[in-house]
Design a binder for this molecule. Sequence first.
Ligand code: SF4
Ligand code: SF4
Ligand code: SF4
Length: 438
Amino acid sequence: MEANGFLHHFVSPGGIGAVFNSLTLEITTNLHSPSPFDPETILESCRSFCSSPSVTMATFFVTGDCPRKCGYCFVPGTLGTLTTAEVDHGLEMLSDLAPGKADILIYGGEPLLKPEIVLRIIRGSGDDRNLCLATGGWGVSREVAGALAERNGFVIVSIDGAKGVHNELRPLSGGDSFQSAVRTFHAFRDAGCRVGISLTVTRGNAGRVREDFGYLMETLKPDDMGINAWMHPRPGLSSNPFEARWEDVFDAVTGCLSDALSAGMYVEQLFRRLRPLVTRAPRLRDCPSRGGRLVFVPGGGVSPCDCMAAAGVNTVLDRQGIQKLLSDFSTLVPVFREGCLSCPCVALCGGGCLYDALACTGCLTGVREERCSYERALLKWMVGTILDNQLLDRKPGVLSIGEMTAFLPDGILEKARMPQPEAMLGGEMTCLQRAGSN
Ligand code: SF4
Ligand code: SF4
Ligand code: SF4
């Protein structure tokens, strides 16, 4: 891949050459005359989009308690549990700061250990909120599962592979962690919830992720398969020894994506890159922590980031404090970083995870090089896949959105497939918001 300002040359595995415009996301096989564009105007509209975000999601960190003991866990066990007053306060703040649509993530630790708090969040959230609950698997009452189903809730169950792999990575003291996760999966599905699986890639399972991904997809037929490709630092901002090499993450992710596409399966983490590329809607914020996320933790703290909230970093107690943090965080994106402007991923990676960058570089404006290498390799893979799916007798020229999406299963880009649509789409700039590209 060669860089020339915002124009980058790619050659697909099948030998098709193309020029990719990293600002407009145009791909053209006419190597000598890419469409004219005005970088300054486009950058201005991208920066303006990023600096005026709205709150699109809230995470309720129900509890730090959890019956499993995953070695890679980033949640400090000392976090405590949300009180009902803290839930009510959080819902009120969310209503004030996000009067329109927003997503709510019910999170932990293991939130199902505290059903009364989970129910309070479900019942106290307005009809316009999409609800998503993340669990490692635990007994769930009909009342809780039914309340979530009534709200068309999405449940994400963490399962790291087939039984042996899962039980090794996510041990449950005195119990069968895999069985517990599968039981929880069925309990929510039987109640009528949409249920997805999140599979974590670690140094230990990277080599067999594709096989386990296929096994889980085939046996449980979830509504979404998530791949948790990156480990967050552990408490104390120490690097996570379970993290796989980025090259292994890349192999695992692209292998799973190929299989998921063949099976018509939505894969949230991967579609965060593929959807913006094929629809030419720049993804400028990868995570809503950049101005659009409220995270409520036990003790009354609120932060723009899940991990920072759990670690007590950039976590405040009052509305003014969080509004300032949201505003400060909104510009921590590639289009504001000089060093990112020459990168082909400037309008696609959304800047990755702020907490990881903080842990790795000591500052919020830093970037984590391994993740950047992975992002560039993934972009190259996606562009190569798109190019190699074009008709052989196609005349050189700009690929239309129809041509770029032709290899995707019907309906796979629909909003209804996404666990947290407002949060995820809030980081993508549609053509109506864009200026300066032809
Ligand atoms: S299930 Fe989740 S919260 Fe519990 S120990 Fe494992 S990673 Fe941590
Ligand atoms: S910045 Fe990273 S840790 Fe924080 S909410 Fe976003 S993805 Fe999670
Ligand atoms: S991949 Fe890294 S260098 Fe490239 S735009 Fe994203 S954060 Fe910047």
